[in-house]
Ligand binder design. Structure first.
Ligand code: THU
Length: 129
């Protein structure tokens, strides 16, 4: 799948984010090696540490449905009605890295300004047991 299309799916997902505290809506779209897409959103909690990011929501949905091999993950964010660049946080980077070095991570200010990085480049010397 084209990465602009994957970003569009992430952007569309932002409408489902649950963000009563930050009002920063993040959407993720995860492309499996089989070609299926799982989306995810950030889901906040009044106990702030209980919040889950959009990237991990998408990963958890796919992994719990039996997927283990991923090609790419796109991230989009909307706040105050505007798109914002949003790259995966450190916890999400480590979570994604668990499932492969070469997963492409896509983000940018809009669909015409996307950057693509390998997860291993966003998390140099990531932890492995
Ligand atoms: N957030 C994500 O969903 N993904 C990230 O990689 C960084 C941050 C969310 C968490 C919180 O709901 C909001 O963005 C503001 O930090």
């Amino acid at each position: 799948m084209d990465y602009k299309k994957l970003y569009d799916l992430a952007l569309d997902a932002t409408k489902n984010a649950y963000t009563p505290y930050s009002h920063f809506n993040v959407g993720a779209a995860l492309l499996t090696e089989e070609g299926t897409v799982y989306t995810g959103v950030n889901i906040e909690n009044s106990s702030y540490g209980g919040t889950i990011c959009a990237e991990r929501t998408a990963m958890v949905k796919a992994i719990s449905e039996g997927h283990r091999r991923f090609k790419a993950l796109a991230v989009a964010a909307v706040s105050e009605g505007k798109e914002h660049t949003s790259s995966p946080c450190g916890i999400c980077r480590q979570f994604i890295f668990e499932f492969g070095d070469d997963i492409d991570i896509i983000f940018g200010s809009d669909r015409d300004n996307l950057e693509v990085y390998k997860i291993k480049d966003l998390l140099p010397a990531g932890f492995r047991l």
